[in-house]
Design a protein around this ligand. Structure first.
Ligand SMILES: [Zn+2]
Length: 223
């Protein structure tokens, strides 16, 4: 079985900092030209710089990074799907059997709604993390039916391990955990303040380098 995880790691919120800095010092008043009958100061500007985004990383279950992408404004299923499509675009036959993602049920719902014939639906099971599942499975039938991280009915034997305790009683436990993603997450968080200051091009380059460095570390550990 192959298994990958997607994780949100770093939030970048430059907009907030900029507005704080403005409030601290003297402000420059700029006269804006009128738009038709509307005075310049009352024109509503609808464009916004896309400086708010979060980094999504994709890893194999052993911790080895596969790829990454950015979500603009806020994390959304369409953006996460675009990242997965880009990563596996040239390797459609190498899609993992399972993808664990904390919002996997929303992602699955998005895929089904957008394209009921999507190849992802036949290659890959989208499972949520156990934590999310506790809060969701009672109310969300799709989550309960398709995204259960450890179904006990024998339908997903790859997700379940049978362990025998000292008394010879058998117990079912989850065969995977998202610990490797947590480790990668906290390692990347150590670089967050540096990355906040970077231009988009430097940021992209820096993330690539971090992925390489982390991949080497996982390889050395024999992961
Ligand atoms: Zn859910």
């Amino acid at each position: 079985m192959s298994f990958a995880g997607v994780r949100r790691v770093i939030r970048r919120q430059q907009g907030d900092e900029d507005s704080n800095a403005m409030a601290a010092g003297p402000t420059l008043r700029v006269e804006l030209s009128a738009l038709g009958d509307v005075p310049g100061s009352q024109v509503i500007h609808t464009f916004k710089a896309k400086t708010t985004y979060c980094l999504q990383t994709v890893q194999w279950a052993c911790g080895y990074p596969i790829g990454w992408g950015k979500c603009y404004r806020s994390e959304s299923s369409s953006q996460v799907l675009a990242i997965l499509d880009r990563i596996w675009g040239d390797y459609p036959d190498l899609r993992p059997s399972f993808i664990a993602y904390d919002d996997a049920c929303s992602l699955l719902r998005h895929i089904v709604t957008q394209d009921p014939t999507s190849p992802w639906l036949s290659t890959t099971k989208f499972i949520v993390d156990a934590w999310h599942y506790i809060g969701h499975h009672a109310t969300d039938i799709l989550c309960w039916l398709w995204c259960n991280p450890a179904p006990k009915d024998g339908s997903q034997p790859d997700l379940i391990l049978i362990e025998e305790d000292a008394n010879g009683t058998q117990h079912q436990t989850r065969a995977f955990n998202t610990e490797t993603a947590e480790q990668f997450n906290s390692w990347l968080n150590g670089f967050e303040s540096q990355m906040r200051q970077m231009s988009a091009a430097n940021y992209d380059f820096f993330v690539h380098v971090l992925m390489m460095v982390y991949a080497e570390r996982v390889e050395k550990k024999g992961g």
